[in-house]
Write a protein that binds this ligand. Structure first.
Ligand SMILES: *Cc1c(COP(=O)(O)O)cnc(C)c1O
Length: 495
């Protein structure tokens, strides 16, 4: 399987695509064709574990990585999930099913891909003969950083540096990162906001002197951002798993499609559902749920993508995003893989902050997608309603999905069976969840977490409770201009 760039550059091998992350022409890699699903995947009487399904999907997209190697990677990656089935499900009612993607080591759905990506990168380096250590450099606003640190720690042939804004992450997110173990991982607080950290990382990638220094130390910089195709493909798996769960539970008849509702930020998670659908999974509507940063809702409803608008900080921070990078992959497919058209749209976005689809392409898009928005009040209402009606605690991101789904359904007499992605543990967002339920919030996060657990009769995840007494191991603070020096100092100590 070769990978082509959405902006037209010549194809590369799957291993090269995983190592490169972004194509040198600025485009994103997509598979040269979308493989078809084998019929037995849709048959719930044929048994598959999550790991078996995952290695089967990966083998369709990364055949050169080797079937037995992929199997081994999947076994290792998902051993760290607390649920023996990897992804558990909760039926909220006859037509609504939560797919709980957050039972990995950092309690957010990003673990599903980031437990696998380091292994794919190591294998890709083997296949391409890359001898340097792959050094991941990532800026984070919270969830991605910890998931990357967990994925890469002590993985031979890799190292990982995470930069976070010093006063821009929650107390729990800070503790999750600063207590990270593993001799190949580094955590750096950057004086500034998320943009300062992100701009700093981009500058490092583009800085020839820094790259030369890294190269002299035997290292190649790379990214664990969701534009990497090695993060997207592992996310396709759970839509097949979810469909098989619903079929086995008799919630769906053979051939009957399910709707999928995805709380969306960078558009990676919902794009994986689109891939699953085009592989042959019976999917009806793809519902794209946004918070108050409703750039995607407006796009799906009007065909105009316009980032000239205020940026809102919400209680679902992982979806506070105006430029959804992975949308470029969908646009490429929408215009029948015409790289010239994609280049023109992306140039317009860069120059004027907007682009517009022709009417025919907008109707093509609307035939597959529905979109909606929930503001913070609606999100809190969904948290409370879900707890009251189904005794299920959901996090604010998941609640955005449920709120949007409810609004799209209102007035209908019959609801389609819908899989709703539950993307994070409610305990990662203790104060917002507690206040949505009307519980008092002290601001002492572990006290509040215990109170939430007692008052709702839900279990406090062990990995959150453990943070209270874990040693803070990472104390490096850097000015945005000195991030490269921080990385080189770490490499010097490591060597
Ligand atoms: C990253 C994230 C999302 C958004 O996923 P995308 O793939 O960026 O659309 C939603 N919820 C949580 C909890 C996340 O961490």
């Amino acid at each position: 399987m070769q990978y082509i760039s959405t902006r037209g550059q010549a194809p590369v091998s799957s291993a090269q695509a995983v190592l490169n992350g972004l194509s040198p022409d600025g485009g994103l890699y997509v598979p040269e064709y979308i493989p078809e699903v084998p019929a037995e995947w849709l048959d719930p009487s044929v048994q598959y574990t999550y790991q078996e399904l995952a290695s089967a999907v990966l083998n369709l997209y990364f055949p050169e990585f080797g079937e037995s190697e992929l199997k081994e990677m999947c076994l290792q990656a998902y051993a760290s999930f607390s649920d023996p089935g990897v992804i558990p499900y909760t039926r909220l009612d006859d037509s609504t099913c939560l797919m709980e993607l957050y039972h990995g080591p950092t309690l957010a759905f990003k673990d599903v891909a980031l437990q696998l990506l380091p292994r794919l990168i190591v294998r890709a380096a083997q296949l391409t003969g890359e001898k340097r250590v792959i050094h991941i450099l990532t800026a984070t606003s919270g969830d991605t950083g910890k998931a990357a640190l967990e994925g890469f720690h002590d993985v031979e042939g890799t190292a990982c540096t995470v930069f976070y804004p010093k006063d821009g992450v929650s107390d729990l997110q800070y503790r999750q990162m600063a207590t990270s173990q593993g001799k190949n991982v580094q955590v750096v607080a950057v004086r500034g906001n998320f943009d300062d950290a992100q701009t700093g990382v981009k500058r490092l990638f583009a800085d020839p002197d820094f790259r030369a220094e890294l190269n002299a130390a035997g290292r190649l910089p790379s990214s664990a951002n969701s534009i990497n195709i090695g993060r997207l493909i592992p996310q396709i798996v759970y839509y097949f798993h979810g469909y098989r769960y619903l079929r086995a539970a008799n919630a769906l008849k053979a051939g009957e499609p399910m709707d999928v509702c995805v709380p969306t930020g960078n558009f990676g998670d919902i794009l994986a559902a689109w891939y699953a659908k085009h592989m042959g999974l019976p999917v009806g509507r793809l519902i794209c749920a946004s918070n108050r940063n409703r750039v995607l809702t407006d796009f799906f409803n009007t065909g105009v993508y316009d980032i000239d608008r205020p940026f809102h900080k919400t209680i679902s921070p992982s979806m506070d995003i105006l430029i959804s990078s992975n949308l470029e992959r969908l646009l490429f497919e929408l215009c029948s893989r015409d790289a010239g058209t994609v280049r023109a749209w992306m140039a317009a976005l860069k120059e004027n902050g907007r682009f517009e689809l022709p009417a025919a392409l907008l109707s093509k898009l609307q035939a597959e997608f529905a979109a909606g928005t929930a503001d913070d009040d609606q999100t809190r209402t969904a948290i409370r309603d879900t707890f009251e009606s189904a005794h299920k605690l959901v996090d604010p991101h998941t609640a955005v999905g449920l709120s949007v789904l409810g609004a799209l359904r209102s007035g209908k007499t019959k609801n389609c069976v819908t899989l709703v992605n539950a993307t994070a543990s409610p305990y990662k967002f203790v104060s917002d969840v507690s206040s949505a339920l009307g519980l008092p919030v002290s601001g002492r996060v572990f006290d509040d977490a215990r109170a939430l657990s007692e008052r709702t009769g839900t279990q406090l995840p062990a990995s959150i409770a453990a943070l209270e007494t874990m040693e803070i191991r990472h104390k490096t603070v850097s000015e945005p201009e000195k991030m490269g020096e921080a990385v080189m100092a770490f490499i010097g100590k490591e060597a």
